[in-house]
Design a protein around this ligand. Structure first.
Ligand SMILES: [Zn+2]
Length: 306
């Protein structure tokens, strides 16, 4: 059976992780080597470039291989028009030609995409949605923010601007009561279906600050938790119904911190069923299988030859 050796890099605001992974044609995979290092974003752009270049050579050395195909995933991503980094939480990268300069240092082409697309690609090919990889998989992040990515037939569909699957900034509430969002609009899904939104809503009802997982655990005993979770599930379901109407994916897979809240798969899906433009809702809504490794594995899969 033929197989590929791929190198994935997950470039976060504080840590960089790199893996060498062996992937068969059937998408069975084995991680051969794994390295972690500090991003060094506080030391500036050149330091991040050094960190990324050196972890790539280091992980190749520990896997005892060289010059692999490399994919890099990072928050924000790369602007299509000029290749500059945008919206990274390692802010020293923003507006800089990071991709071109990393390619020059390593003397090879490197695939880049944002972390939500890497999540979707990993879960669609190696993870929870593997069985649907010949269809359309919508990978959804519900965590600090709300994002997503679309995979068709095992390949990412980035879209013209690279924003395919960005479903977090469409309104699910309207009127003067709709919560203002940093993006400039009001009532965005992210203002109701993210971890910070759930925690803020709970605090406004109870006067106490609790984490999303604590709130989820209190749903039977605490009316404020029940109300905050109900708002979360309703908003999530409205957003989900819209994207199912537009894309009608073969399945939806959830990642991010809130993907551990079981109510999203029951009450959240029921809210989608009530909204979707159809008399039945058959779309499987799955919990991720790869956990925190989805980002770095998805980055590796970006590098897989077509
Ligand atoms: Zn918004």
């Amino acid at each position: 059976m033929s197989e590929s050796l791929l190198l994935g890099v997950d470039l976060g605001g504080t840590k960089i992780e790199a893996v060498v992974v062996r992937v068969t044609n059937d998408n069975d995979f084995t991680v051969i080597a794994r390295e972690r290092t500090d991003t060094r974003a506080n030391e500036g752009y050149e330091a991040v470039l050094d960190s990324a270049a050196s972890i790539i050579t280091r992980v190749e050395r520990s896997a005892n291989v060289g010059d692999l195909a490399v994919g890099v995933g990072m928050p924000g991503g790369v602007r299509r028009s000029d290749g500059a980094v945008k919206n990274s939480n390692a802010t020293c990268l923003n507006g800089r030609p990071f991709r071109a300069e990393l390619q020059a240092r390593l003397s090879r082409k490197i695939a880049f995409d944002n972390d939500a697309n890497c999540f979707a690609l990993a879960e669609a090919t190696l993870g929870a949605a593997r069985a649907y990889r010949d269809g359309v998989v919508f990978g959804v992040i519900v965590g600090t923010g709300v994002g997503g990515g679309v995979v068709f037939n095992g390949r990412l569909w980035p879209g013209l601007h690279g924003i395919a699957g960005e479903w977090g900034h469409h309104p699910v509430r309207f009127g003067d009561d709709a919560a203002p969002c940093y993006c400039g609009q009001r009532g965005c899904l992210e203002r109701y279906a993210s971890g910070p939104a759930l925690e803020a809503h709970y605090a406004s009802l109870s006067g106490e600050r609790r984490s999303a997982s604590e709130i989820a655990a209190r749903r039977d005993s605490d009316p404020a938790a029940r109300a905050a979770l109900s708002t979360l599930c309703d908003a999530f379901g409205r957003g989900l119904a819209t994207l199912i109407d537009v894309l009608d994916p073969s399945c939806v897979v959830l990642g991010g911190g809130l993907s551990n809240i079981d109510l999203l798969y029951t009450d959240g899906v029921a809210a989608a069923r009530a909204q979707v433009f159809n008399d039945e809702l058959l779309t499987p809504v799955l919990k991720n299988a790869l956990g925190d490794s989805a980002g770095v594995l998805g980055a590796a899969m970006l590098a897989k030859p077509a």
